[in-house]
Design a protein around this ligand. Structure first.
Ligand code: ZN
Length: 321
């Protein structure tokens, strides 16, 4: 019996994943397509698989590119208390107050979304189909990350409060269990965003404000729940995965009043609305008449490298989980 228990322990691995989890990022980009007007649907719908698959490229890039990590989060608690007024919302003004190194150390997601929005708008202006698709897939990632409370808080994986694993619990385990079966993502139409930076900051501040209850609810539940029922074990590809049990996951989701569903729906709306805003700001080009429809040799190599990198190398900077 002892030997079996030991063997069990040896093969147990944690089922942590990445920001929003790959599953959720793919789900968010896919559903965002259905909020677009018909003039955009002509391009986005036939490429829905690409938009879904490449929604996770920014996470894969973290294994290759040092600067990538900071684009996925911002530790708002580094800047004092809500609403963190000591941090200027505009990049140029923030730079006057803090060094670039400091800003990058604590994360730059709100500003990076602006950079991506400008790039996407330019891609629409020059009617470059390959760039439009690649940038659409990737901006979707960063926008979705900005909706995750633990991406706006330095205690990003509960490492400071003995709650390691909570990151993947919130953004992977819960959506994987519930999104397909229970949640609704047909949530109307994309809207035009007249002030994208302000929009993003509103979402980031909501994320930062919710981080406490994400952590505190789990602490409370963990104290109440029978310890031997908190985790379950599952065979997958020859290994035994330890994961939060279904009962524990459902109880946590109830405690947070479906916060994960709401944030995921808001992510879907925001992603579609940023795509739409870029297209409108570019003068609503006819998406049936685009050039550069295929990816260059270099871009295809880059996709392959990303895939290889995330399977081979462990990220050197702060990772989401
Ligand atoms: Zn991410």
């Amino acid at each position: 019996m002892k030997r079996i228990a030991l063997l069990f322990l040896l093969v147990v691995v944690y089922s942590d994943t990445f920001s929003w989890g790959f599953y959720a990022h793919k789900h968010i980009n896919t559903h965002a397509v259905f909020l677009l007007p018909p003039q955009m649907m002509v391009l986005y719908k036939p490429h829905i698989h690409f938009l879904s698959e490449h929604s996770v490229d920014p996470d894969k890039r973290r294994y290759m590119v040092q600067e990538e990590g900071a684009r996925h989060y911002i530790d708002m608690d580094h800047y004092g208390k809500y609403p963190f007024e000591s941090l200027p919302r505009k990049w140029e003004e923030a730079l006057k107050q803090y060094s670039e190194d400091t800003l990058k150390r604590y994360g730059i997601v709100p500003w990076w979304i602006q950079t991506m929005l400008n790039r996407l708008t330019n891609a629409f202006k020059v009617k470059d189909q390959a760039k439009i698709l690649k940038l659409s897939a990737e901006i979707g990632h960063y926008i979705a990350d900005s909706h995750v409370p633990l991406h706006a808080c330095s205690n990003h994986n509960g490492q400071l409060t003995d709650q390691r694993g909570i990151h993947g619990f919130w953004e992977s385990r819960i959506p994987e269990l519930l999104a397909e079966k229970e949640w609704d993502f047909f949530i109307g139409k994309a809207g035009y965003i007249s002030n994208p930076l302000q929009f993003t900051w509103n979402r980031v501040l909501e994320s930062a404000a919710a981080a406490d209850s994400v952590l505190l609810s789990e602490k409370k539940l963990s104290a109440l729940f029978p310890a031997d029922q908190k985790f379950s074990f599952e065979h997958r590809n020859g290994v035994i995965l330890r994961q939060y049990s279904t009962d524990y996951t459902l109880a946590y989701n109830r405690m947070m009043n479906n916060m994960v569903e709401r944030r995921m729906q808001q992510s879907v709306y925001a992603v579609a609305s940023f795509w739409y805003t870029a297209w409108v700001n570019a003068g609503q080009p006819d998406l049936k008449k685009l050039s550069y429809k295929t990816f260059s040799e270099l871009e295809l190599i880059e996709f392959e490298k990303l895939d290889a990198a995330w399977t081979d190398v462990y990220p050197k900077d702060k990772i989401c989980n």
